[in-house]
Design a protein around this ligand. Structure first.
Ligand SMILES: [Ca+2]
Ligand SMILES: [Ca+2]
Ligand SMILES: [Ca+2]
Ligand SMILES: [Ca+2]
Ligand SMILES: [Zn+2]
Length: 627
């Protein structure tokens, strides 16, 4: 702002010139008489009605016509905001300033283009949006007056929301909430109650309710009509009306309503959040977390070959033990001969001893270690043949094998199960055969409630590849207990994988969980990991991405119940940390903090518009002068 212009403006001052009756950050005097590029005749600003000026800098290939529909929709969006201005009328008035593509725009990133893209004269008076020639959803804001987006209105409203000071979560609480019905919330950025036109800023309808994922009450003091959106995407909670302003939400998805003291991850619309993360070391295949209940360890293949999903005959690795103490994860011992591992590792702690199996040079190698300060191998067999298995009564992990290190089970492609004798001596006899055929290494877990071993395996059908099935067996009677195998994800939208599955038992809800890496024609292709949870509705399964859309891995992840939560390990993909193992100590998604709602509309009209412009003026205008 040139000082001369300011001096001129002050001569026009009236008693309320410096006031801002509508809190939009534009002083009354400016709105009445004009200021810099602001001209009431042109922009039609009103000192008694909140205005937001947005400079839309379009990128090459776009014209005014390209962005017109977007601006029209945004105009309506802001005008519909439920806040009454000093003039008695509702809503925020959008004043768009469409700027042509900048001659220096050669496709640079939005952050570095602020100086050219955002006109100096508008800084401190307007917001800025760098609009790319794409209808897509990506957007980023890095300043109170700048962001880069495509030309869809939802993304622009979201990024300008950041400019106005709003985070993704209810402001001040830092924890995502299904009751935060805001376009700032990823769950509702593009739809609310299944309707893209209902997208809005939250007006704090549910801000009176406060909950904790560690101790939830399923009964909420709101009518079922108000909460209907919770039964739609992305949460699909089951609702039950208990009266006019009383509704039960089945937070833990167990089919039982109106429970109290429920522990459940309820803000996983986007993904299961991973927190308390520990960086470890680069690994060359899927990690395996193991616990004896008190300590947590990781067994992983280590080699210089990092570009594949698992070690192989050509690219073998060394089985390595890492100890995790809650703050760090350190390598403690090599568990195999160097480069002895030629496939995925299977590991479990059983009766205080660590057992590992892997595809070795002449079949499945198996080894047993005494844990403690001095970790020593106490037993082991090399070249068991193409069958891998470990223990029996608890937590048995089944197998792995395949002579080429890429496939699964026995030479016939049939999962066989071997159970260890109670004496502790290992007998490789007593097979249970013909459990199922699997195209990948299978996985197993002991279900202590039903007293069965659940075996998860992978099957191709004519239509779909990489389906994951669970079959329950009684390993002692050597019989299949399941009437029919269960399809992970349900029949309607089954999960698919091109890696081995990882199954475990959720003792809190007595249900199975299966960790799955997505399916790719090339199994080495990095992809996301998903947690598939058994629930009481939605075709019996609830599938959520682990971490976020950037948490790609070449290998399947690992999870184990530990320390009242879930520990989760995965192998990072990409960049300088390619192959790095990361361990989250709190991966159940049950977070500390308050789940609630926040009145963003009130915040924008009372603070956000004014404070965001003030921040830019404080940064860029001469220190004395504008107020
Ligand atoms: Ca004003
Ligand atoms: Ca105004
Ligand atoms: Ca329930
Ligand atoms: Ca959570
Ligand atoms: Zn955002």
């Amino acid at each position: 702002m040139p000082l001369a212009a300011f001096a001129l403006a002050t001569t026009l001052a009236t008693s309320d010139f410096f006031l801002d009756d509508d809190n939009d950050g534009l002083l009354n005097g400016w709105e009445r008489h004009g200021f810099g590029p602001l001209n009431p005749e042109v922009q039609n600003c009103n000192p008694k009605h909140a205005d937001i000026i947005i400079c839309f800098r379009i990128r090459p290939g776009m014209t005014d016509a390209t962005v017109k529909p977007t601006i029209e929709r945004l105009t309506k969006f802001y005008a519909d905001m439920p806040f009454t201005n000093p003039d008695g009328k509702r809503g925020l008035n959008l004043i768009p300033v469409v700027l042509p593509p900048h001659p220096e725009d050669k496709g640079q990133g939005y952050i570095e283009f602020y100086n050219q893209g955002m006109p100096t004269e508008w800084r401190g008076l307007a917001h800025g949006v760098f609009v790319g020639n794409s209808p897509g959803g990506g957007g980023q804001a890095n300043r109170p007056d700048w962001c880069g987006t495509g030309y869809n209105w939802w993304t622009i409203a979201h990024e300008v929301g950041h400019q106005l000071g709003l985070p993704h979560e209810p402001l001040g609480f830092g924890l995502g909430s299904p009751l935060h019905t805001s376009l700032m919330n990823y769950d509702y950025s593009y739809q609310l109650d299944g309707d893209g036109q209902k997208v809005r800023f939250s007006f704090g309808e549910f801000a009176s309710w406060k909950g904790s994922e560690a101790d939830l009450n399923e009964v909420l003091p709101f009518g079922i009509d108000q909460l209907k959106f919770l039964s739609n995407r992305p949460h699909y909670f089951s609702l039950k009306s208990l009266g006019k302003a009383k509704t039960s939400v089945d937070w833990n998805r167990n089919g039982v309503h109106a429970e109290t003291h429920v522990r459940a991850n309820i803000n996983d619309g986007y993904s299961v959040g991973l927190s308390s993360n520990i960086k470890s070391k680069k690994i060359a295949g899927a990690p395996v977390l193991v616990t004896d209940g008190k300590t947590l360890s990781m067994v992983a293949p280590v080699s210089e070959f990092m570009n594949e999903t698992s070690p192989s005959k050509d690219h073998p690795a060394t089985a390595t033990l890492f100890r995790i103490d809650g703050k760090k994860c350190v390598e403690v011992k090599k568990l195999s001969d160097p480069a002895a591992v030629k496939g995925d590792i299977s590991a479990v702690i059983y009766q205080g001893k660590l057992e590992i199996c892997y595809q070795g040079s002449s079949g499945t190698d198996w080894a047993k270690f005494q844990l403690g300060t001095d970790i020593s191998q106490i037993d082991g067999i090399l070249g068991l043949g193409d069958v891998r298995e470990s223990t029996p009564t608890k937590l048995n992990v089944v197998n792995l094998p395949a002579s080429d290190g890429s496939l699964v089970v026995t030479p016939k492609g049939v999962i066989q199960l071997h159970t260890e004798r109670k004496s502790g001596a290992v007998h490789f006899g007593g097979w249970m055969e013909n459990i199922a055929k699997s195209t990948k290494p299978a996985a197993g877990v002991w279900n202590p409630v039903r007293k069965v071993l659940a075996v998860a395996y992978v099957e191709d059908t004519d239509k779909l590849k990489g389906l994951i099935k669970i079959i329950e067996v009684d390993p002692f009677k050597k019989m299949i207990v399941s009437k029919a195998p269960m399809t992970v994800g349900g029949e309607k939208s089954p999960a698919q994988t091109s890696a081995k599955p990882v199954i475990f038992f959720d003792s809190l809800s007595s249900t199975y969980r299966v960790l799955v890496k997505g399916r790719y024609d090339d199994p080495h292709q990095p992809g996301l990991n998903y947690m598939c949870r058994q629930i009481a509705s939605r075709d019996g399964w609830w599938i959520k991405m682990m971490g976020n859309e950037w948490a790609n891995s070449r290998s399947v992840a690992s999870a184990v119940e530990f320390n009242g939560d879930m520990a989760y390990a995965y192998r990072w993909y990409g960049g300088g940390e390619d192959g790095m193992a990361w361990i989250s100590m709190r991966a159940s998604g049950i977070e500390k903090g308050i789940i609630t709602d926040f009145d963003e509309v009130g915040f924008i009209f009372n603070h956000g518009l004014r404070d965001s412009l003030n921040a830019v003026r404080n940064e860029q205008w001469p220190r004395k002068g504008w107020r």
